[in-house]
Structure formats: structure tokens, C-alpha cells
Design a protein around this ligand. Sequence first.
Ligand SMILES: *Cc1c(COP(=O)(O)O)cnc(C)c1O
Length: 480
Amino acid sequence: MNDVRFRALPAVEPLVERALAALAADGPAGDAPPRALVVEAARAILAAERAALTTDPAAAVEAEGDRLQRIVERARSLARPRQERVINATGVVLHTNLGRAPLSKAARRALDEAARGYLSLEYDVAEGTRSKRALGVEDWLVRLTGAEAALAVNNGAAALLLAVWVLGQGREVIVSRGELIEIGGSFRLPDILARAGAKLVEVGTTNRTRIDDYRRAITPQTALLLRVHPSNFRLIGFSERPAREELAALAREAKLPLVEDVGSGALVATEDFGIEHEPTVAESLTGGADVVTFSGDKLLGGPQAGLIVGRREWIARLERDPLARALRVDKLTIAALEATLAAYADPAVARRDIPALAQLAAPAGALADIAAALARAIREALDEAASGASGAIRGLEVEVVPAASEVGGGALPGASLPTSAVALTWTGRTASALERRLRLGRPPIVARIREDRVLLDARTLMFEDPSEVARLVRAAVIGA
Ligand SMILES: *Cc1c(COP(=O)(O)O)cnc(C)c1O
């Protein structure tokens, strides 16, 4: 390293001191990133500079002020939580990348209580003795679905894994080829079955499976029949699969359990929301499924969880297995889940208080009003900016347009829910430029683009403050 350029690079320590001084000068001390992160940032920026000098013999050493600035920015970005609040303007109600179901007020209160101190997690307060974990959740599930017993684990995938591990391990599990699904986030049904130690026996074809296909596949090695909600895809046209009742009758005849993964886990009739019918958990049970698995954070509208309901003997076997302990659900989840389920005691309350349900059930008129109010707030914010010291704003066209929202979370893939959206057109700029600027705001607005316009869907914005959204839109446009 005789290259003089490398010798011109500063040492880490003095650089860190200067960066800390710059950060301190720039705001209250409590807001500055901790020293460890400034050191990490300084090392990373110096290493990148060294690498650039190595690959390009003609490159010059960076100006000191620029280097310092980059370290300060990197340190701030390292200190910023990766989990931050995001405003979902996409119209996808159960957006997996954005955390699926937002929680109800009651669930948030319960979470806060549970996080704050100690709680009766596995303790019977009346008796002063140890009690069963998640008992409240299980009681509610039994009450709401009519099941004999219930069990909560970490997520839908874990629920199915546990069921197949305990009931199907080392034996054969029969599934229709039309139900061998992959859903987002690397959930592939054949892989889960393999991990659960079961041998997958595929029957039928992609589009048609008949009851006799199942019947012929049953051998002394068969452990269970598995029926899976195809979730995020849909077969249309020439397709059929046996009714659940037929499959249940066959399972009974063969003395095998019928396990059903219903995916989203609707506890209420979705057709009451003016959207298509999504099979409910109770329906699966009355249709003859012995064990039903579903998610807590999809249509149910609660925290991430995997719920299992069904016949007492099977649930008890799942509960006793050591894998159940490994998939045990956290106290915060239990608290939020119990509060979410309690709202279902009155379906009207569930629909009002559980945000995912309220959004799905929102009438077209209400959504149009929300979009109109938001458009007004954005126009006002822009007018203010135009008359203020900041001078001319870039032309932004603000319009209310009809659009379509989606349920998301693998539920009702074909369903598009009529909604109203605020469409933004930024004169002379592309829609993706605006979409990006909205995404880089604080908090970020995540929006989608349609026909070269940015759409802000009223459905997923219904619980947001329109003046905050308007302020963010203004900042995105004026900051340009
Ligand atoms: C979503 C889904 C799962 C996985 O549930 P997670 O809670 O995301 O683990 C499993 N099966 C079906 C049919 C699903 O729709």
C-alpha cells in the first residue's frame, strides 16, 4: 500500500469523534445514534472508500466534509428501527408485507397490559394454582366455532405442521393434486408434509379430483385425508373436487381423521360484507372435518397465530406432543388474540371493532366520502403551500376515482371490492417518481400505480388521519 491516496484516508477514531460532534450539533443529544453505530458507520464508509480506490487507480480520495456527511447519514439510518409504522394506501387489506391484520383497540390494550408487567398466563387466580396456557383463547375458539377443543400455536404453517406431524408421521397423507398449493413466504404444501415426516399421496388431477380417487388411494398405511383451501389461486372452468361432506363420510368409513387447512379462518359470513363467501371454520367442522387449522392474522383480524380446532381426542394428542411446546404461542399473542376473539361474541361488534373486518365491510358510500375528504385535505395542503413562502408547487392533479381493493392474505383471490381512491398525477413527472417519494416519507405511504397515476385507496386509509396523509403528500411533492 504505497499508494499515497490510502495514506490520505483518516483513521476511524478521529472520524467517529467528528461524526459524533456533528450529530450532537444537529439536534438533542437523546436523538443521536449511539456511539457503537457511528463506529460501525465510519468503518463501513471507510471500507467502501478503500474498495473504490483499489478498483479504480484514478479515483480520488473523498472530500472530508462529504465523507463525514455520509457517516452521519449511515449512522442515522442504522439507528432507525426497521419496523416502522407505514401508511397502507394499497387497498390490500391483509397485506402480508405490511403485517397483515391491524389490531383492534381492545387487542392493543390487552397487548399493552400483558407487556407492562406480570399476568395470569398459566395461573389460575381464583385457585392459586397453575393453569393451562392460552385457556382464554381456546375457550373462545370452542365457543365461536362449536368445536370440542382448540389449540393455538405460532402460525398457520405451524398448525398444519403439528397436525400432520402428530397424526401422519411415518404414514401416508392423501391430498388432491388440485390442492398442492404454494402460498407466499415459502409455504409449499408438499414441503410441509415432508418435514412433518408424512408421505404425500397425490390423487386426482390439477383440475378434477373425485371421491373415488381418494377411496382408491386409501391403504393400511394411510394416516389421514387432508383437504386444503386453495387460498391464493382459483380454478375456473372444468374443475371439481368432492364436497367436504363426501370426504368426511369416506374418512369415517375408513376410520381416518379428515384434516382441513382452511387458511384464512373466517369466523363470520363474509357474504354479509357484500363480498364472496369464504368457507368458515364452523362450516368446516359441521361439514365433518375432525381437525381444522387456520391463521390468526388473516380474515380473523388478530395477531399472527395458528389455530387448531376439532375433536377432543385429536386436539389432545396434538397438545401432548413435544412439538407443540416448540411451537408454543407467546404471551403477547395470547393477550391480543383473546381480546380479538372476544369481539366475535357479537358479530356486529366484531365487524365494527376489528379493523380488517371494518375495512372489508365498509360500504361504497362511506369509502367515497373518505376519498373525497382526503382529496380535499390534499388540495388544501397544496394551496397552503402554494401561498406560503415555499413558492410554487409542482402541479399535482388530485381526483377521486372508482377503483378495486383486494382482501389479501390468501383469501378470496378473485374478489375485487369496489372502492374509491384518490388518484394523483404529478405534471411532468412519472407516477413511479411520486410513488417513490411517498414511500420515502416519514411515515412512508405505500401506494400502488394504475394507468400512470398513484392511487390512494380509501379502504385501507379509513383509520388514518386525512390531514396527516395530506401533509405527507405535500412533503413528497414540495421536497422535489
Ligand atoms: C395462509 C395460509 C397458510 C399459512 O398460514 P400462516 O399463518 O401464514 O403461516 C396455510 N395454509 C393456507 C391454506 C393458507 O391460506
